[in-house]
Write a protein that binds this ligand. Structure first.
Ligand SMILES: [Zn+2]
Length: 440
């Protein structure tokens, strides 16, 4: 049966950034008509989703998250990156078992879906990633997701340090197992250069090329990390990663806070992607990425919340607002206006993942991933430009409906097919148990 999303302000995020009043018609999971004539084209009877008084925007794309860390929310506050990892995050990840991984992934996926994120690029931990991939499959999000690969590194717990060969073997097995899934693919994910040998990264890049997969890693995040990389390898991580094969349109660098102008030019020329994670960069004190300069240099930049313990939400709308406001502080008040900020979380994110012919904008022929945002709250009235209201005034609690692949997954602020209370209760239980095992 057709689905008609009726009577909203449709913010398309297409090439012309069109904003149109009217309906969006969805058939077999795809967008088939937009605007005033859409309802005439619907096959009757059809299902109707009321979007009056709302903005209809493309499903949010978060191009850097860690589902396995959702359980650690609030357990590692107020520390810089390397201490945060060594004192809390790595011991906690090492303490994960299959039950806690499942609980963590489900809590993260519930938060993402409930507030309008329909596509993610996700990095796991070293073990048990089958559980995470299975949870993504069951929750129905679009994802590129890979186990974190780590075979060297100071302060890495024994349970997280894999043999190079075993790490590569496992990633290849995951890649083969998920090669034909309609929404999920593996991403080859060396964690960051301080925890990866040259062979792991080079062979990982070869594996990604062979299977047509993304490479997903952290780079140029924190000044202290950058200094450690220089001391160890005599160069910056971005240059070393490029030499080792993490370069080009299939390579995604999360953070990119510390990039120099020359690095931006080199990344742009190579087509390497970057992901801005404003809240995480603020909370870990990493700095403010030069999003405007990166974009002017020609780089493709997406947006992501990173992990729950360094944010502490997985909320696309918070990242949107932070990205827009920080750009003004960093590069001038006119930079990253609301329309451009919204593009980071939609079509630009889709480009980062190489999925922009399928998702990222509301256009005929694309898959129907739609977020319907209520503009009627006192905090978003009295009227005016819908995009400005979405980016600068609305909150994730204004997300009224979410459509994923043509299916209404959130209706009137409630998930339609998930047991939210059971997911949260299970997460609470598993968080306590995991923390006790980790001894932190
Ligand atoms: Zn991260």
């Amino acid at each position: 049966m057709d689905l008609l999303v009726r009577g909203g302000t449709v913010v398309t995020c297409d090439d012309r950034d069109r904003v149109v009043s009217g309906d969006v018609l969805v058939r077999d999971g795809a967008i088939v008509a937009i605007g005033d004539g859409a309802s005439d084209a619907a096959l009757r009877p059809c299902r109707v989703l009321d979007a009056s008084g709302c903005a209809v925007v493309p499903g949010f794309v978060q191009a850097h998250v860690h589902l396995v860390q959702a359980l650690f929310r609030g357990m590692a506050d107020d520390l810089p990156l390397l201490s945060w990892l060594k004192q809390f995050i790595w011991p906690l990840e090492a303490a994960h078992d299959d039950a806690s991984l499942r609980a963590s992934a489900e809590l993260g996926l519930l938060e993402l879906l409930r507030y309008g994120t329909t596509t993610i690029l996700d990095m796991g931990t070293t073990h048990g990633h089958e559980v995470v991939l299975d949870a993504i499959h069951r929750f129905g999000l679009r994802a590129r997701s890979g186990k974190a690969m780590m075979d060297v590194g100071e302060g890495v717990p024994a349970r997280l340090r894999e043999s190079t060969a075993e790490s590569l073997r496992e990633v290849e097995a995951h890649a083969r197992a998920w090669a034909t899934h309609p929404r999920v693919r593996v991403a080859v994910s060396p964690r960051f250069i301080l925890s990866c040998s040259e062979r792991l990264v080079r062979d990982g890049a070869a594996l990604a090329a062979e299977h047509g997969l993304l490479m997903h890693t952290h780079a140029a995040e924190h000044g202290e990390e950058r200094a450690a990389v220089r001391a160890l390898l005599g160069d910056d991580d971005v240059a070393v990663l490029a030499r080792w094969g993490v370069t080009g349109p299939r390579a995604v660098l999360a953070h990119a806070v510390q990039l120099t102008d020359a690095e931006m030019r080199a990344l742009s020329e190579a087509g390497t992607r970057a992901v801005h994670c404003p809240s995480a960069n603020l909370k870990l004190g990493s700095g403010i990425a030069q999003v405007d300069a990166m974009r002017r240099a020609g780089m493709v930049v997406g947006l992501g919340a990173d992990g729950a313990p360094c944010n502490n939400n997985l909320d696309a709308m918070t990242e949107l607002r932070h990205a827009a406001l920080l750009a003004k502080t960093r590069s001038g008040t006119a930079t990253l206006p609301a329309r451009e900020a919204l593009r980071l979380a939609t079509i630009e994110g889709a480009k980062v993942l190489g999925m922009d012919d399928e998702i990222g904008s509301i256009e005929i022929g694309k898959r129907a991933d739609l977020v319907v945002i209520d503009l009627g709250g006192a905090h978003a009235e009295p009227g005016g430009d819908a995009v400005s209201r979405v980016v600068y005034a609305c909150r994730s609690s204004d997300v009224r409906h979410v459509v994923l692949d043509g299916v209404v997954r959130v209706r009137d602020r409630a998930t339609s097919d998930l047991d939210d209370e059971a997911i949260v209760a299970h997460a609470r239980e598993q968080a306590t148990a995991t923390r006790a095992r980790a001894g932190v």
